[in-house]
Design a protein around this ligand. Structure first.
Ligand SMILES: *Cc1c(COP(=O)(O)O)cnc(C)c1O
Length: 235
């Protein structure tokens, strides 16, 4: 078994254990493999181990990988854009990815909707919440969620699936759980309003457990699968 296959199996066991500890089903939590900066060969190992959902942060790098696997005739993969999105890159995301986790303003949502090709299913989107209120992080304030969600659900090229957050790094489990729970409350409210909402993208290598305990349905794991990252490519 390759290292990557071993790591994925290990993470899946951790997801199952974390879910079971709080009375949830392991199937309620999707593992998103964050493959930013990693070569195609690393993704191939993950695919061989059964991994299907991949997260990429850099538009150009992600598109190259999507095209590589499309040309190789490998279907059934889903591609999630999870990086900060600039307006001038929205077209590439709309034309190639299946999901975008980082919608945080109407202008970018409108562009993604208009740029989504007619022959493709609507782009699945998550609204990013700035849950730790950090100046440097993107995402909207929780109090602005209702207004943005009401506008996003009207856009024909998008399908609003839920919420995403990148909480400030925090080593204490209780504090990770407290922040994750705030996201879970916002998620539950949104879900009660819009039946299509089913995804809370929350939890990375260092806070996955607390995120699952709070109600995350999708954890984004990079380091624990692929190892420490290479420096980001300049694209
Ligand atoms: C890099 C990244 C991850 C993965 O983080 P790890 O700590 O390596 O698991 C998850 N989410 C986002 C948005 C990221 O940029």
């Amino acid at each position: 078994m390759s290292n990557i296959a071993h790591n994925i199996a290990q993470i899946q066991r951790q997801i199952s254990a974390a879910a079971q500890r709080c009375g949830r089903l392991p199937e309620e939590v999707t593992l998103l493999a964050v493959s930013k900066t990693k070569p195609v060969s690393a993704l191939e190992e993950a695919i061989a181990a059964g991994q299907r959902a991949f997260g990429e942060n850099y538009v150009q790098e992600g598109v190259e990988k999507i095209q590589h696997f499309r040309e190789a005739g490998i279907s059934g993969l889903t591609w999630h854009f999870i990086g900060p999105l600039q307006s001038n890159k929205s077209r590439l995301v709309a034309e190639h990815f299946d999901w975008c986790h980082t919608v945080d303003r109407l202008r970018i949502a409108t562009r993604l909707s208009e740029q989504r090709p007619a022959g493709m299913a609507p782009l699945n989107v998550l609204i990013q919440i700035n849950i730790s209120d950090e100046q440097s992080k993107s995402g909207i304030a929780p109090e602005d969620l209702d207004a943005l969600a009401a506008q996003v659900v009207e856009l024909p090229g998008l399908c609003l699936r839920g919420l995403m957050a990148i909480p400030a790094p925090e080593s204490d489990w209780q504090r990770q759980f407290a922040v994750a729970s705030q996201m879970a409350v916002a998620f539950t409210r949104l879900k009660s309003r819009y039946p299509g909402v089913d995804t809370l993208s929350l939890g990375m290598t260092d806070d996955m457990d607390a995120a699952i305990a709070a109600g995350s349905t999708m954890v984004r794991i990079g380091t624990a699968i692929f190892g420490a990252r290479n420096t980001p490519p300049r694209l």
